[in-house]
Design a protein around this ligand. Structure first.
Ligand code: PLP
Length: 432
């Protein structure tokens, strides 16, 4: 790999803010599930940009589509009609959701969730309490992660995300994840929505139980609340279903009111989106939910540019055409079975949903190792670092889980390569 002689690695710490705890690896190039750093060292990338690269790196169809579109029209304002937006929205509604609705385009997951929050607030104005005052409270859950903007951060029920930034946006009520009684008890006449990740990614690959998902839907129907699903990480096929919640309850039983997406949608080209269901508002109101955010109510300068939508169209096209959802569902299952069969003393549980796989580590055993203690690192980060040194990128999820987010077009041979590396590192850690 060509090194830029003038470049000084110290620039990153000197000129870029210290908000990320970075591993000292400098990726220069990627292809499929592999990445090469500036020294030419090769890595198996099972971090995938944290669930961002469903087709691996430098997929030729995506790269060509982006390149062609960049030479044609990168950006034009939403004051005009953007053909690629219409095409992408149609694909999201008809092929991904399969439920009538409309989409909005922005640039990130947090922004997509801001849209869900604004939708809920608007719904609470439109359908207020008996005394006419708006309903505004949104219920979210412990362990959730909805993003870093003020609304999304406030929706995130984790003190470590919003601590030190208060006062946070009012109107969020936090309830223990998967606790049906606590959920029912938290609903008041001020509640307007329930917002939830079907599978919590950041906090350790924890899925809603089917009973809990059913209870959320039942509460929403009974109390006229919006059911908002954050599928930024688990959506668009990642979990082995085009809709993440269907890996918990398959079929048509669950019908959300709105769903947010980002991460994998554009193969790394920044794009976020949310879908709102086409349904009557009821109560004699002459409007539909998907039209509630009318002209002037919401927007984004970059949102849904021709280039971003082209990247997403190319990405989703390959996922749908090559049936990568079903393929990765199967491969994820095989990976989980292989790891479970090791009965490795350092692995407590495997939680696999397609290409979103959480390995819960034996935290106390690893934490007690002298070199882990000496490092001062938490167990998930220590293990991720050990894997990185061995040539494999993974992502920590909470203190004791590491996450694999391989591309959805991963081959069996590449999966085996990852499994072998993983086992070697775990064995070394066990003997340390
Ligand atoms: C990553 C993530 C977000 C935030 O997405 P950004 O693009 O970083 O703003 C929101 N929700 C979930 C579930 C996520 O995993």
């Amino acid at each position: 790999m060509q090194k830029n002689q003038d470049f000084d690695p110290a620039w990153l710490d000197k000129y870029v803010m210290p908000n990320y705890g970075r591993f000292q690896v400098w990726p220069e190039k990627g292809e499929g599930p592999y990445v090469w750093d500036r020294d030419g060292k090769k890595y198996l990338d099972f971090a995938g940009g944290v669930a961002v690269c469903p087709l691996g790196h430098a997929h030729p169809e995506v790269a060509d589509a982006i390149s062609r579109q960049a030479h044609t029209l990168i950006h034009v304002s939403n004051w005009y009609c953007i053909r690629q937006q219409a095409e992408l929205a149609k694909m999201l509604v008809d092929d991904i959701m399969g439920i009538a609705g409309k989409c909005f385009f922005c640039n990130s997951g947090a922004e997509a969730n801001e849209g869900l929050i604004k939708l809920a607030r608007r719904y609470g104005f439109t359908k207020p309490k008996d005394d006419g005052s708006p309903r505004h409270e949104i219920i979210t859950f412990t362990g959730s992660f909805h993003g870093r903007t003020f609304g999304a951060m406030s929706a995130t029920a984790q003190e470590k995300i919003h601590g030190g930034f208060g006062p946070i946006v009012p109107g969020f009520v936090y309830v223990p994840f998967n606790d049906i009684e606590a959920l029912k008890a938290a609903i008041t006449d001020t509640t307007v929505a329930i917002m939830v990740e079907p599978i919590q990614g950041e906090s350790g690959v924890n899925a809603m139980t089917p009973d809990f998902l059913r209870a959320v839907q039942a509460c929403c129907q009974e109390k006229d609340l919006l059911m908002l699903l954050d599928e930024v990480q688990c959506g668009l096929g990642r979990t082995g279903e085009l809709c993440g919640w269907k890996s918990i309850i398959p079929g048509d039983e669950i019908i959300p009111d709105a769903v947010s997406w980002a991460k994998s949608i554009g193969s790394g080209f920044p794009l976020g989106s949310f879908w709102i269901r086409d349904r009557e508002l009821g109560h004699g109101l002459d409007s539909k939910l998907c039209d509630l955010l009318g002209p002037g109510s919401h927007g984004s300068t970059y949102g849904g540019s021709p280039l971003a939508c082209t990247a997403a169209l190319a990405t989703l096209n390959v996922i749908l055409r090559d049936d990568l959802t079903a393929k990765s569902a199967k491969l994820g299952q095989q990976i989980a079975e292989a790891v479970t069969a090791w009965q490795h003393p350092l692995i407590r549980e495997v939680r696999a949903f397609g290409m979103l796989i959480g390995f819960e580590l034996a935290e106390e055993v690893i934490a007690a190792k002298p070199e882990v203690k000496a490092s001062g690192k938490i167990v998930s980060i220590y293990t991720a670092k050990a894997l990185l040194d061995a040539g494999m990128m993974v992502v920590p999820a909470g203190p004791k889980v590491i996450r694999w987010l391989p591309p959805m077009n991963l081959t069996q041979a590449q999966a085996s390569e990852g499994l072998a590396l993983f086992k070697t590192v775990l064995d070394q850690l066990l003997e340390a």
